[in-house]
Write a protein that binds this ligand. Sequence first.
Ligand code: UD1
Length: 435
Amino acid sequence: MDKIVIDGGRRLSGRVAIAGAKNAALPILIATLVAPGEHRLNNVPQLVDVSSMLSLLGRVGCPSLVHGGAVRLDTSRVSFCEAPYDLVRKMRASVLALGPLLARCGEAHVSLPGGCAIGVRPIDQHLKGLERLGCRFELSGGYVHGHVDQLVGARIVLDFPTVTGTENILTAAVLAKGESVIENAAREPEIVDLVNFLRSLGAQIEGEGTSSIRVQGVQALAPKTPYSILPDRIEAGTYLVAGAITGGDVTVERVEPRDLEPAIEILRATGCVVDVGDTWVRVRRHGPVQPVDVTTRPHPGFPTDMQAQFMALLSMAKGRSVVTETIFENRFMHVPELNRLGADVSTDGNRAVVNGVDSMHGATVMATDLRASASLVLAGLAAEGRTEVLRLYHLDRGYERLVEKLQALGADVARVTDDLERLRSAPLAVTQNVG
Ligand code: UD1
């Protein structure tokens, strides 16, 4: 099993180019099903989740060709309307197949989702919205079986602005007969990116980025121009925290700064200097980390996907911070591991009290979900001594070339496999180019 080995305490500095957003690429890849033909997508991040989504598309009959961040995808024919368990269990976002398959085939058989273990994560809102458009569902054998004769536009009021739920409903509504309105829709930048993509296929949509999205269904959609995926605000935010936590000077490039505003606001409150350009953001920290209270909220609030990383930073603050998680009920699994690194965090329900410590120290830690893994890497960068982060499959789902990017910023970090364990006593540089 691979692991990341970090010799902490180095100040990170330099520039890092940010990849396309995982959470925009996944819905856009599967949404290609609503428009038969050849699609060309650019700035697609090279991640395990993206490979899983391409495998899923391959399984339903749509072959793809990947060259770096460029993906060509042929959705001319769909021969199978199922997202099987072996793929869905690896990636919860496979549930995004529901809307596009129903719109394309009139049926969809999607295994109930797996993915990050951060709570119960039901899909009742997805099903409620699609039912309003005329779909019927049955749950059996661990699968959701959906059917529809004719999608018909409707007004849908979501109980919660679910991100993938909004995306599932949108991708079905674009081919429904008549008008649909999604109220209390999610407003995340990745929703806006999906809408821009659907619009490039000929869809008629208004109101993306607000909580009311209006869709005029059309009879058919077709790929016309290549589409480039939005930059990943969570990857960018993670490198900004890497700069902040090491008292460094890091610039993230090829980003959409507006989408980083909630993270920038908290970075400034912790005492960092943040400069913002048209497609870049630079963070510097000279003084101590100031404590800040952080509450996660749906966009444009502070993103839950940055909570674990900021908790690592606040662990080094000069004082007490309170982190409140309002999106997922079980998203503090990084806390015991951060404490193993010397942090002082205690939780009570959805609140975590972070008492800043003067220093953290290296330890072996186990990642439990994607962003939790990122927070452990960040803490390891700041900790004194050696940190080993195990269970890297979570990180591989969401961070493209993480180790290489951190090395380029000056981190003493390497990815090693168990067979290289015997080299542990050797200098880290020996293992850096292996595995
Ligand atoms: C998406 C993101 C994930 C991010 C999350 C919140 C993708 C692929 N994943 O996940 O990285 O952490 O948004 O920003 O884009 N809920 C229900 N019923 C539903 C749907 C959701 O109760 O039908 C609840 C969930 O249990 C959770 C909350 O709503 O408590 C938010 O979930 P949601 O916005 O749906 O997250 P995802 O779309 O799964």
